[in-house]
Write a protein that binds this ligand. Structure first.
Ligand SMILES: NC(=O)c1ccc[n+]([C@@H]2O[C@H](COP(=O)([O-])OP(=O)(O)OC[C@H]3O[C@@H](n4cnc5c(N)ncnc54)[C@H](OP(=O)(O)O)[C@@H]3O)[C@@H](O)[C@H]2O)c1
Length: 243
């Protein structure tokens, strides 16, 4: 990816941050977007080819202004995301709306704005296994990721020959997102963020439609295509309730 210009959202932490550092190491210019400016500045201080861009992806006007000013890009990795772990009943309508705005609406809005700069390039949406298998106790998150998977694969066909669209669907990763008390017992099942970032960049360099990193996740994804979704959800409910 030496010499390429690549945009990454959710660059201040976890998978996005690891991807930015690897891209900079490979010689790419990285447009690193997130809300926490101090983290972006720290990144760009360590890696001069990382440009910090403070952007709240759920702010439609800010996304429009940002996209309108962009020059050509080789790729964009739309990775920003949030979750809420716990019974749906314990959440709030405000929190649900923010989750949907960040994980779903923001990505449709960004895709629209990035079509012009990405002509001939690659657009990656970071989905999740939770977009393939319903995930009780992260019900809204799981719904947003299922939306993203369908949206990405539909757009891939509409934009074929113009922008190569793909969806990357990891299982659990050890990041700030999973560093919550409710998921502590699952820690040993979480993947290393560096390994997942390597898989994400290999996928970005390809023209493939969908990638599920990790052998066990791939087996689960294959199984999810033959087992009724209601059974898979029942199994996931038991695993999460007991943990
Ligand atoms: N961790 C997992 O187990 C796992 C599994 C499957 C898929 N994923 C997906 O992988 C992606 C990255 O997650 P992660 O695990 O790396 O989480 P993370 O460490 O919590 O990072 C989330 C990133 O999203 C950014 N973000 C959140 N809301 C934003 C907003 N409104 N505007 C701009 N940026 C925003 C955060 O930056 P600021 O707060 O600075 O804005 C942060 O950089 C997400 O899409 C997630 O759904 C994660």
């Amino acid at each position: 990816m030496n010499g390429q210009r690549i945009l990454v959202t959710g660059a201040s932490s976890g998978l996005g941050r690891a991807a930015c550092e690897r891209l900079a190491q490979d010689g790419a210019t990285v447009l690193a977007c997130a809300r926490r400016e101090e983290r972006l500045l720290e990144l760009s201080k360590r890696w001069p080819t990382i440009e910090p861009h403070v952007l709240d992806v759920s702010d439609a006007a800010a996304v429009d202004t940002f996209c309108a000013a962009l020059g050509p890009l080789d790729a964009a990795i739309l990775n920003a995301g949030v979750t809420e772990v716990g019974p749906f009943t314990n959440g709030t309508a405000e929190r649900d709306a923010q989750l949907i705005a960040t994980n779903a609406t923001a990505n449709t809005h960004l895709a629209r704005g990035l079509r012009r700069p990405l002509q001939g390039g690659r657009l990656i949406f970071v989905g999740s296994m939770a977009g393939m298998v319903p995930l009780p106790y992260q019900a809204v998150y799981s719904g947003t990721k299922a939306f993203l998977h369908h949206f990405a694969l539909a757009l891939r066909e509409e934009w074929a020959g113009e922008v190569s669209v793909g969806v990357f669907a990891p299982g659990g990763i050890r990041t700030e997102m999973t560093d919550v008390a409710a998921l502590k017992t699952l820690d040993s099942h979480l993947a290393d963020v560096g390994e997942v970032a390597d898989a994400l960049l290999a996928f970005t360099a390809s023209t493939r439609a969908l990638s599920v990193p990790g052998g066990a996740n791939r087996a689960a994804a294959t199984l999810s295509r033959v087992v009724p979704r209601s059974w898979a959800a029942k199994l996931m409910e038991r695993v999460y309730r007991e943990d």
